[in-house]
Design a protein around this ligand. Structure first.
Ligand SMILES: Cc1ncc(COP(=O)(O)O)c(C=O)c1O
Length: 488
């Protein structure tokens, strides 16, 4: 005899109730709309909040509880999010955020992320339109940077990962793709790479991860504008060749992290062509200055790079994370990562069609739909509006430069090349005073610059990336720096 209970649990309705979907879709929908509204309200009223505020101990302590065994209502967890998470974020959505290099995001990027999460697409491979969206963005990126049709592109977490991929492709191109199985230790040639001493720390890290060692990255001095010294670069390459090393890669930077300097990319392209070296450009934030007509000529030579790394989550204003790697020779790129596996067999038809797949161009097999937020951003805002926001960031940097030059208590510490301004409050104990000013400004919740070291000195550093930042925040930075400096 059939047990009536088991019969019930076998009905499609009963099985559906065992899924993790809401039991009451109407109630869930109403709650989800409240959550969307709250988040839009958060962005709309961002100026009414502090940029950042210290996290009270009791708030931090609430994140120490054990893993939940039983679920709680969504509304309750959302209330917790609004109370404990929202007020204590980094603050890069706020126009007063000027630290490091962080994008502000946009409402359109936020809703696109929601749509991507709803589709729950896995962009490792297979034949579906989300992969075509990524391919379309890749074609747009090629067009923006003047790369040829055969160039390959891939969304990654950020420029740190994009630079790593570039180093690996360049390494394999230099040593032969069998290095992927033999390992670098089996190769007699000792590869060396070249960049300026203003390089971002992720490039030496990439050399380390690639098994080449960060010491094999030669840090060439910069000129007075923090651009790589080309004569010193040539000399270092020559010395290394004479000493039996095999130079293989030059990394130029389009927008150095400290000062926003742009290396002479055309000269680096010439040098790499002459010396037969791989030319990679780290354009983490600066590359997208290509969208601003008056800045674009400063990036001349970028179109000749063998590979280019940059982020859409910085000046592209897409929500985190959205890094991108573009490689001139897509086939070389593919050969550096493609790995056969029976369970990833390709087909001419069906879901397993569409080879090569994105997983053939990088280390990740499971990949989210990062492309969608960028696709929405580019389609709704257009490259011209994004370019205009980039121009405005640079105009703000020049405005701050002018205010510093007109204020005897302040001192400009590096040429303003793009969107970054390094300066300090003049004081006897300058390093300590400026470090303290930065912390006090951050704690004030009004503006949040960061600090860096230039020529052995601590300086205040304001990077304008957020499209919401205006002269009002620049004025607040100057006035509050002076007020804090005078108190110290
Ligand atoms: C010049 C440069 N390169 C690389 C990076 C690292 O990029 P990501 O933080 O996206 O990994 C940054 C970050 O600010 C940068 O400014």
């Amino acid at each position: 005899m059939i047990d009536p209970a088991s019969k019930t649990s076998n009905t499609p309705q009963a099985e559906a109730n065992e899924s993790l979907d809401p039991a009451d879709w109407g109630e869930f929908r109403a709650q989800a709309h409240r959550m969307l509204d709250d988040m839009l309200g958060y962005i709309e009223t961002i100026r009414e909040r502090p940029v950042w505020q210290p996290i009270p101990d009791e708030v931090r302590a609430r994140f120490l509880g054990p893993a939940p065994r039983q679920g709680e209502p969504l509304a309750k967890v959302h209330a917790e999010f609004m109370r404990d998470v929202v007020p204590f974020t980094q603050g890069n959505v706020h126009p007063g955020f000027m630290g490091w290099v962080n994008g502000g995001g946009t409402p359109v990027g936020m809703v696109a992320e929601m749509l991507a999460a709803g589709l729950n697409a896995n962009l490792g491979g297979r034949d579906h339109i989300p992969v075509e969206v990524e391919r379309q963005v890749t074609r747009w990126v090629r067009e923006i940077f003047g790369f040829p049709e055969g160039a390959s592109g891939l969304f990654v977490t950020g420029t740190s990962m994009a630079n790593l991929i570039a180093v690996l492709v360049a390494r394999d191109a230099a040593l032969g793709f069998d290095v992927r199985s033999s390992g670098v230790a089996a190769k007699p040639r000792r590869l060396t790479a070249y960049t300026s001493n203003a390089v971002h720390g992720c490039v030496p890290k990439a050399m380390d991860i690639a098994g080449l060692g960060s010491d094999a990255l030669r840090l060439v001095p910069c000129n007075s504008r923090y651009r790589i010294d080309l004569a010193a670069l040539e000399e270092t390459i020559e010395q290394d060749r004479a000493a039996g090393f095999t130079p293989f890669l030059v990394v130029g930077t389009a927008g150095t992290v400290n000062t926003g300097a742009i290396d002479d990319l055309a000269a680096l392209a010439d040098l790499c062509q002459r010396e037969k070296l791989w030319f990679h450009v780290d354009g983490a934030f600066g590359a997208l200055a290509r969208l601003a007509p008056e800045l674009a000529p400063r990036l001349n030579g970028i179109e000749r790079a063998d590979s280019l790394a940059f982020d859409f989550h910085k000046w592209g204003q897409a929500p985190y994370d959205a890094g991108f790697i573009l490689v001139r020779d897509g086939e070389t790129h593919r050969k550096a990562f493609v790995s056969p596996a029976a369970y990833l067999k390709r087909a001419a038809r069906g879901l397993a069609a569409g080879s090569p797949w994105p997983c053939d161009f990088g280390p990740d097999l499971s990949r989210g739909f990062r492309a969608l937020k960028v696709w929405f951003t580019l389609k709704t805002l257009g490259t011209e509006r994004l370019g205009a926001a980039i121009s405005r960031s640079c105009a703000l940097a020049r405005y701050l430069e002018a205010r510093i030059n007109a204020t005897p208590e302040l001192e400009l510490m590096a040429p303003v090349e793009l969107n970054i301004v390094c300066f300090r409050y003049r004081a006897k104990d300058s390093d300590r005073v400026n470090e303290e000013i930065a912390v006090r400004l951050q704690e004030s919740g009004i503006v949040a610059p960061s600090t860096t070291r230039l020529e052995g000195r601590t300086v205040l550093r304001a990077a304008f990336v957020n499209h919401r930042t205006s002269r009002a925040e620049v004025d607040a930075l100057v006035e509050n720096t002076l007020a804090q400096g005078r108190k110290l």
